[in-house]
Design a binder for this molecule. Sequence first.
Ligand SMILES: [Zn+2]
Ligand SMILES: [Zn+2]
Length: 704
Amino acid sequence: MSNWLQIVVAAPAHSAIAGPLTYQSESPLPVGSLVRVPLGRREVLGVVWEILPDSGALLEMQTRHVAGVLEGLPPLSATWRKLVQFTAGYYQRSLGEVALAALPPQLRDLSSVQLARRLKRPVADTSHAPSTASLMALSPEQTAAIAEFDVDTRPALLFGATGSGKTEVYLRAAARVLEQDPAAQVLVMVPEINLTPQLQSRFEERFAHLGKERVVALHSGLTPAQRLKSWLAAHAGHARLVLGTRMAVFASMPNLRLLVVDEEHDPSYKQQEGARYSARDLAVYRAKIETEDATHDHGPCRVLLGSATPSLESWQATLAGRYQRLTMSERIAADEGEQASLPTVRRVDMNHQPKQGVIAPPLLDAIAQRVARGEQSLIFLNRRGYAPVLACHDCGWKSECPHCSAFRVFHKIDRTLRCHHCGYTERVPRACPSCGNIDIAPVGRGTERLEEHLAELLAGVKRPDGEPPRIARIDADTTRLKGALESQLASVHAGEIDVLVGTQMIAKGHDFRHITLVAAINPDGALFSSDFRAPERLFSLLMQAGGRAGRDARHSGASEMWVQTFHPAHPLFEALKKHDYPGFAAQQLAEREAAGMSPFGYSALVRAEARAQDVAQGFLNAAAAQAEAQQLTGDGQVTAYPAVPMTIQRVANIERAQMLVESSSRAALQRFLAAWQPVLFETRQQAEFKSLIRWAIDVDPIAI
Ligand SMILES: [Zn+2]
Ligand SMILES: [Zn+2]
């Protein structure tokens, strides 16, 4: 007798396969089993999603057989399947796409023998050995945060200033969970694992007593074999602690009791292709369903979010009482145990500075003083390359990219013009391609030019040892080679650099103890951006960058954060000066509430790409008109705005358009999107939109 199974497989995006497919199997298989099934001419990995009642009506002839079962592998849990189902529904993607993207691809190729070998328990099971790590004394704020966290059940937001010791709170919370229950598992998520090697080693050290292979990493930087190994360890329950990036939110962890999301405001928690999920939001949802899971009798699964500048969504949730708020406002000094203070913020009013100067004289002076004292400075500018554009002043020619609606950036080091959107690169022309003038010149400044400029400006300054200052740069160009970032950071830590120039890359995560000056050269762009989240990102970046300065108590009295701006009285800078995140959040939330924007309103973007802009926009407008005709927008609860070109309208010769859809009700927006999706598929089939290349829905977009 056959068993009829609904199995999800990875379907190509926008194919006809939206839901699970029916297969038959000789032996009964539990829901959640991992299987190999034929799909077309290939054999693919699948997950048993549902067992169909035995039905003679099904034609055996048309139903293919399960090709193999991954034996010895426990089925994926009901909670895991619920997480996948929710993600697919909420972010408007197919179940198979989400489910299979969450599994290591190499699973498919494992034979039963290989699988059995890999599933063997780690040899020495020392999970009950006591920790031998020597713990440092907690600050009163840390002690209070841990105690408060223990007595609540809501999602918790740890609002902790840079340097207030958030990591120690994560470590203690994790240790508590792991000690209380010998099977319990903890998931710790970080934005970018390569930027936080210190965090990873702290977790590994602290939990080394659990035994080998008990702490595993899960992120896209792993080889497929390493990823498989970590995944199997988590799935089998061997791994007690998983440290990973956003993809780790889908790790199969049968005894998950705590999720930690460090730097929860970081945009990299939002996936930017395929299913555009927010790993932070899913972590909160996952804690909820893990708690509800009836098979657990261990009490709730908790989620702990942490940030010095929380996302306004999480902050608003604490104001509304949905999340618990834990506050740590004081910095602790790592060495002496004495309290370190936050840097003094200095605003330079660029309206009163020499016109051509990139670095205002008072700032240059402050940098020179640091060099002379043997201290380090960090100067950041959010634009890499030498100059953002090369121009001819005779005829007005500019280094536009022939394939994008953007300028190619001048990179002096190899004399190229490079497009940062499509990658198109050419040698710098000897003369203006349009009029032949040989006097073409760079306009504006990137990190490469700033580095060169600083070297000139500081040429007369001497270090305490009488040597000239050592200036270095860290950005995407200098760190292209594997290991380059690590070695460059190491030389900063070792004190081999006096002035470090870089992009926002250096504002994140690093602990530069000997830097006593941080300067933002040109942060004004974000103040008046059309993207309503730009001020939030700028504030968080500046707070983080400032937090890099003077973590060492020895220096922190004198550490400074400089901001060059044409708008020194802007409320954002006023709040920055006071290190006042709550004040900044209050201004922003008031503006967003008035405008009905997140977290007071809900939105989705539908993006379309085509060779011609009118096709991309036409597709979106036609689908919206159809939604209107079918009355999908309810009684005006959902608004679909007319399609517009994206800010960078053309990339690699592809025209891009987007449509904003808004509602004051999350549920109404979800209902609309679910009903609208088939309409979008149908519209795509119309002859006039045959040339459309692709379209996608982005729910809760983070950049507009
Ligand atoms: Zn010219
Ligand atoms: Zn381009």
